[in-house]
Design a protein around this ligand. Structure first.
Ligand code: GTP
Ligand code: MG
Length: 334
């Protein structure tokens, strides 16, 4: 059997709901290259049905425990669930996240659940791209809900979270100064805020800090170029507005999970009824085009060329614009 017909067979099985095909095709897209492109090309028309849910927050906040609890709640509602645990800080898969797998073990053996760990292995386009491709495989595989867990570690988690329709930002009390631990930028991507470990007394402070930050940030959402959007009719404003709720949970005891799952459902409903679902799809599409353009152009540049251009710009011998032009000309000359 040729590699091509083997791939075709796997793709047919995937679209038929075969779980083994899911795992094998994720490995193919993880490796990248022509086979990955072929897979994505074949499955792309079959994607766009899953609800993608990003879960991010600082290390140890309880993301995996919460993902486990959310997945169980979806399963109870007879929805199929895929979980991708992404660790941008680790170059390895498996090892670092093994703990997660064990914690999620009560979901093992359930054919309606698929769990996969991913780490950054220097892929072209980066982990965000690999994750987006794995999500496509899962989407085409027919999973209703795709949960993407990413540890909060700089820009990476913002990228990966923005792959989702609904982004859940988890905080936990006692992780240093409450406000300091909540990074700027993270609140902007949050559709639902969770204060986990609500069994701890300090959780009250975390909730209060988040509420204050939301109120401060919330006002600017009504501003456009610094002016209030008075021209927008009130009913449209109401429709277009989503106030991120703050949900308190004790993931280890399944406390607050019903409310959290309710808010996730409410957000999905909001996206669909306000027209925002299409807006997010468009944003996601453009971000991916952009990411691929950059990866395609820069991926071919050698480390030496990169270094010499960087040095020339840093030492003011070349402007950033001139360097960019040279990179693009190298691309055209290929
Ligand atoms: N007291 C308390 N402990 C919790 C709660 N949720 C999770 N934990 C514990 O917190 C620790 C970290 O939980 P994880 O679910 O692994 O956290 P995580 O955010 O996935 O961690 P990383 O993936 O390593 O960043 C574990 O020991 C959990 O049992 C909670 O609601 N209350
Ligand atoms: Mg985890």
């Amino acid at each position: 059997m040729t590699a091509q017909s083997q791939l075709d067979g796997l793709i047919a099985q995937l679209l038929d709901g075969n779980r083994r095909a899911v795992a094998r095709l994720i490995s193919v897209v993880e490796r990248g290259g022509d086979s990955a492109d072929k897979v994505i090309h074949a499955i792309y028309p079959h994607t766009g049905n899953a609800h993608l849910i990003g879960i991010t927050g600082p290390p140890g906040a309880g993301k995996s425990t919460l993902v486990n609890a959310i997945a169980k709640a979806f399963r109870a509602a007879d929805l199929t669930v895929a979980i991708i645990a992404v660790d941008p800080t680790s170059p390895f898969t498996g090892g670092a996240l093994l703990g997660d797998r064990i914690r999620m073990s009560d979901l093992y053996g359930d054919k309606g659940v698929f769990i996969r760990s991913m780490a950054s292995r220097g892929q072209l386009g980066g982990l965000a791209q690999t994750t987006a491709d794995a999500v496509k495989v899962l989407d085409a595989g027919g999973f209703d809900k795709i949960l993407i867990e990413t540890v909060g570690a700089g820009q990476a988690e913002v990228d990966i979270a923005s792959t989702a329709h609904t982004t859940i930002v988890i905080e936990a009390p006692g992780m240093g100064d409450d406000i300091q631990s909540i990074k700027a930028g993270i609140l902007e991507i949050a559709d639902v805020l969770v204060v986990n470990k609500a069994d701890r007394p300090e959780a009250r402070n975390t909730v209060r800090a988040l509420r204050n930050m939301l109120q401060l940030g919330g006002r600017s959402q009504d501003l456009h170029h610094g002016r209030l959007m008075e021209t927008v009719p009130v009913d449209t404003m109401e429709n277009a507005k989503w106030e991120p709720p703050i949900v308190e949970t004790v993931a280890t005891q399944d406390t607050g999970i019903d409310q959290l799952v309710g808010e996730i459902g409410r957000h999905q409903h909001y996206l669909q009824t306000s027209g925002r679902w299409a807006v997010r799809e468009a944003q996601r599409s453009w971000r991916e085009i952009e990411r691929r353009v950059v990866a395609n152009v820069l991926g071919e540049i050698s480390a030496e060329t990169r270094q010499s251009l960087t040095d020339a710009v840093a030492s003011r011998q070349l402007t950033p614009a001139a360097a960019a032009k040279m990179v693009l000309e190298m691309e055209v000359a290929k």
